[in-house]
Ligand binder design. Sequence first.
Ligand SMILES: C[S@@+](CC[C@H](N)C(=O)[O-])C[C@H]1O[C@@H](n2cnc3c(N)ncnc32)[C@H](O)[C@@H]1O
Length: 673
Amino acid sequence: MPRWVLRAYGLRLSGIAARAQKQWLSDKRRGLDSAPEDKLLKAEEDFRGYYEAQELFGEPGAVQQDAFWAALRAPLPVTLRVREPCATTEEKLRSGGWKRRWEFDKAGMSVWEMDSRQYAADSEQRSWAERENRRGLLCFQELVSLVPALLLSPQAGEVCLDLCAAPGNKSLQLLEELAQNGPSEGAVLSADNDAQRCCLTLHRVLGKAASPMSCAALANAGHFPVLVEERDGDPERLPCSKVLVDVPCSGDGTARKNSQVWRSWSRREALGLQRLQRQILLRALYLLPPGGVVVYSTCSLNPVENEAVVLSTLQKWQSSLGEGRGKLPVELLDAVAICREKCGLQPAPGLCSWQVPAPQRGGPLFNQFSEVPPELLEDDRYALRPEMFASGATQDLVRCARFHPQSSDTGGFFVAMFQKAPQTSAGRPAYSMPSSQIEGRGAHPLLSSEFRPVSVGDSAWMELTRFFQLDPAWVQDKLQRGLLFWQTMKGKTEPERVTLALSMAQAVARLWAARPSDGRKVAWARLGVFLFEQLPKGLMNGLAPCRWRLHAEGIYHLSSILRSRRITLTSELLRHLLCADHRQSILTEGTPLANAVASGAGGAETAYHHVCGGVIVGLGDSWLAGVVTPKQLRILADDDVAQALLEELPQPVRQLPSCWAAVAKICRFGQGV
Ligand SMILES: C[S@@+](CC[C@H](N)C(=O)[O-])C[C@H]1O[C@@H](n2cnc3c(N)ncnc32)[C@H](O)[C@@H]1O
């Protein structure tokens, strides 16, 4: 796609997408568009030659090699995970031709797949599944990419870091695991160093979780700061006991779902990324508290990006243990055994020897660094370095898990799992509380916004609590624990249109209050779950006594604490409203709709039968955000929510189908928040 089109849509591609785009542009210039076969064959030939030389399958490998190439050429099945399983959804999947991946049942997950050609041909299933994915009921996720969060399996109260998080699927899964394993304490901090991915895709995907335990920030994983907090007057490291580094990689394991990978595969890709991958893994180990666990993953099969990173990082870590910086030893855990036990997939063990390629296509492969000719050591970006080689490799590397496409009909993937030793009597490293904070870079307006705790005396807060009559006990508890925040955009002094009040789990509030040890300010993109937002400027000025409305994301949390502004509709009225243009309907005096609005949002002192402003519109067990103007009621639901609800509405609203109840349940992450 031409760059100007992307720019027009405010998109900046990075990683594989950017490379594919660059490839497309250079192919176009060189006229390769009309002759892609030739290029494809050359790249594939090199790919094949390289991987055959690696002897991925040991001896006897020939049969496996054939199966490997055949599987890599077969399209990947479409896989989805049901976020909150219920009988209705599972019946719909079964009758629609989806097959259950039973291995994941033992991990407590409902995972389904369908042949990709069948999926492409079945437009009804496709549009249903895609809509439910947008709504957050289902999640398209490759089987193997479910593994890292499963291995980490965060427990209640733990703080997890996802250091290369965008677009956010693994963060979403971590949040679900956290919620499943205990009440709403703990947090997942999702970080990415690409501002657009962080503020657009990651922000949107985390919005699906509507979890008070989530937060996101722009950060470079290779320099991610230690977060320091005051505990009993002493500065201490905030323990992030589970860290996921799903690093940027060449992505050659995705060849089954992305044929571009064949076409654009080059040895340089892996050689160029290895330094960054190693730096990120090293940093993750450094950030880990005693006893904590790191999972390193890539969607590549290349040993240079996998075993070589693991080996050289461990060697570097071990060699610096004696340097007196209070470092603790790190152990490589048996990811192969843990995968088999947790989800029944059968990964192959990691390699203990491999070859490193010269950067140019068809060039030689080297076993030892000493074999590399001097000219290949000079290129700054693609130079061959000692840390790419297998020298010093021990049998420990077989504990890394390799997912080859032929074993469980998956994409290619790699996972390694590390654990830091428990605290020794040598004591903890001392930290000081950074006094000043340097402004971080804010390449997106969101990143420059300010978060400030809500105080009981804030006039906007008083206006809001009075208007919606929030449950006083809930309000008192949240204010006392410092869990409610204003978000103010840069340059504004008061909470404004884009300002949101947030409710957060305690651990997220602690993350916000902690100070990065490097003195920099964390560039937060989001914290917790949005509860309220300002009415658009100019809308009902002078008519709405409160300038705040409910945010759709926080509706589950709000539905139980609002004592006022609740409008209960019958299923007929709701259907009528959902089918109306813009999902709004005229309020004509004396009609059932106007009566329902007057009884939920009434006010004798106004010229109308109701008071204008934000409302919550009742759907039996579930609720939607809405706004009442002098003459209309409008529901703030997007097309997907409206369409799904309409399909399920023939039944009376009070007996909502379990599918809709599941959506409400998903939003129950922060129950009791
Ligand atoms: C493989 S993707 C992560 C996919 C993600 N974990 C998921 O499951 O949705 C790698 C991500 O790393 C990010 N990235 C690249 N370099 C980074 C760095 N130095 N620090 C943090 N993130 C980085 C990229 O922007 C990209 O979003």
